[in-house]
Design a binder for this molecule. Sequence first.
Ligand code: SF4
Length: 323
Amino acid sequence: MGKLGFVQVEVSTKCQLNCPMCPRSCFKDEWISKDMDLNTFTLIPFKRFRYAHLQGWGEPLLNPNIDEMIEMARKHCKVGLTTNGLLIERYLGVVLKLDLLSVSVASANPLTHHAVRGFNLEKLKRNIKLVSESRKAKSKPKIVIATMMLKNTIETLPRIVDFALECGADEVIANNLDYIPSQSLIGQEVFGLQSNQQVEEILDQIKMKAKDAGIRFVAKQVVMDEALVCAENPVDNCLITVDGKIAPCVYLHLPTRSDYIVRHFRGKRVEVPKVYFGSITQWRKSDIRVTFEKRLQVLYQYLPLELPALPDVCRSCYKAWSV
Ligand code: SF4
């Protein structure tokens, strides 16, 4: 049997920060902050996947067993994680074992970054440079700067290319605010049903700047369009939560005490049930996975095929709308 795609593993739901767009800040009264234990981690069938991303809703370097976890997973597949970067210096030897290190940066503007993250952008840059200057082969770990396109920071986005260059990073990914956990965040997203000329021009400017700098730049789509399958692709990929449950993606799981997830979709508050499976086999047979698999079949049909509707829990997820 061929290998599955990626397994995302929520090794910690703790975080030192309190970023306003993070569900951890929005649902702090019901958040369950904990680390995945080694026994649970040992049960994950890494050999069935090509890649493991050790991050869910939380900061992975806060798990005291992160070194051992990376060692265990890398025996079977490639391994990466996304970090806020605060602990890179302490865990330098550990992150150098990764195939991919993604560092989340709120903005390349020092004041904005400090306002959102509460820590110094220069210090973060020094931490990332430690990795780029210490890696033996230029390609490993691949260093990705992950940032978010927001209405109030999009104008300063081109500076992220300079930041990436100064850090020695390989790639910049500009994500969308694709999960809106709180009403106060509505309107901060830059995507919409129609193209926004200002946003498109800024993205074109960054693409040219990145090309000149020799840095790969990937921006998420900013016009909504129903996807055959979302980028999380639950046909091939899944999430293992901090408690060892299997979910189709992070958007159908939150480490909170509620059985429901609150989303704001196109200006409206929506509640969807969390979705978990007891085993990899149950996930493979699940309605969500089978529905997306059928939707993908239209790519291989000569005759027009009726497209199955998006699963109920996905209709109000922006990932299903390609952003
Ligand atoms: S569309 Fe569905 S499966 Fe895809 S990310 Fe959203 S909730 Fe998850």
